[in-house]
Write a protein that binds this ligand. Structure first.
Ligand SMILES: Cc1cc2nc3c(=O)[nH]c(=O)nc-3n(C[C@H](O)[C@H](O)[C@H](O)COP(=O)(O)O)c2cc1C
Length: 200
């Protein structure tokens, strides 16, 4: 089956470092791999309403929610391209993920079963030099993938503050070349890392 990559851009400015890095990685995808790019600021989601315990969520058919839901369920590979904001995901990405909670409870959608086995990837740019400050963002994506039964390809990190800075991060550009070629194992929660012991 041909893979279909959905890139969700979550920066609050166009043409930033996160998008530049994501595009570098995407350049390496095989020609028969579909790519769809959606900038979340061009399709703003209204404030998420938690109706889980009141009434059924209804499948959105129009507006930003309808577009993002359709694009999400059509993708084999979902790439969250979020800058590091306050050590975590940007607000537009966070709100998009909050919508997953509604889609999980939408009758007839089978959102979890549909996404299970598909792959979640992350791309982020950060100003901080020490990459471990991005651990909360990585943990959010990895745990979300585990919850959904998805594969997790990891997060491609690049350094930069003003737009274009990431193009000076040669290590990040090198990592971008092979990022999507990596194996993406089924995601696991941190408490579920059962050691694989060699048999004697
Ligand atoms: C609201 C906001 C919060 C930020 N928080 C962090 C942060 O926690 N850690 C960090 O290293 N950089 C932080 N930055 C810097 C951005 O991550 C950095 O400028 C990055 O290149 C922005 O990505 P973009 O160019 O794709 O928009 C922040 C920037 C903004 C606007």
């Amino acid at each position: 089956m041909n893979r279909r990559f959905l890139f969700l851009l979550g920066s609050s400015r166009p043409g930033g470092n996160t998008e530049l890095l994501a595009r570098r990685a995407a350049e390496q995808l095989p020609a028969d791999t579909e790519q769809r790019w959606i900038d979340l600021t061009e399709h703003p989601l209204p404030e998420f309403e938690d109706l889980r315990h009141d009434s059924d969520h209804v499948r959105p058919t129009e507006g930003s929610a309808g577009l993002l839901l359709d694009a999400t369920v059509a993708a084999t590979d979902l790439v969250i391209a979020s800058p590091l904001y306050w050590y975590s995901l940007s607000a537009p990405v966070k709100r998009y993920l909050d919508y997953w909670s509604g889609w999980l409870r939408t009758p007839g959608l089978d959102f979890k079963a549909t996404l299970a086995g598909r792959t979640l990837w992350g791309v982020t740019a950060l100003a901080h030099q020490e990459r471990e400050v991005a651990d909360p963002l990585i943990g959010s994506l990895s745990n979300s993938a585990a919850y959904m039964g998805m594969r997790f390809g990891g997060v491609l990190l690049g350094n930069g503050s003003k737009p274009g800075d990431v193009l000076n991060d040669t290590e990040a550009l090198t990592r971008a070349k092979t990022f999507f070629a990596q194996d993406a194992p089924l995601a696991r929660f941190p408490y579920d890392r059962t050691e694989v012991r060699p048999t004697t």
